[in-house]
Design a protein around this ligand. Sequence first.
Ligand code: CMP
Length: 140
Amino acid sequence: MAIQRTFSIIKPDATKRNLTGAINAKIEAAGLRVVAQKRIRMTRDNAETFYGVHRERPFFGELVAFMISEPVVVQVLEGEDAIVKYREVMGATDPAEAADGTIRKEFALSKGENSVHGSDAPETAAEEIAYFFAGMEIVG
Ligand code: CMP
């Protein structure tokens, strides 16, 4: 498997509880490298655009309100098979279903307040990275 990049968000429930370093430790322990990172406050427009595919879902309003409630840390992660590997490190969307040792099992509060986001495919990873980062901000 080639070296890949994926997009990650450390979400408001985690930044609020000072878990950025603990989550980065799990990311790095899995062999992924943080090649870009910044702490930002998402605007409503950012959140609605980023989660546009979920616009018709019943939880859309709640999701947008949550994502703009506190700062987030947006990241680019790099490594072998990074997209699938990060999804394994994150664990299932619902922390009640997440495997032991995963970020969501350890830190997530609920399906909505689930501490992290990771891209689900190479095309979405490229789009999500380009939405938040300029090329010169990513240093592999
Ligand atoms: P994420 O990977 O960031 O992408 C979509 C998000 O929607 C997901 O993580 C969850 O945080 C959120 N989500 C999914 N299902 C629910 C739900 N039933 N209630 C609230 N939020 C949800």
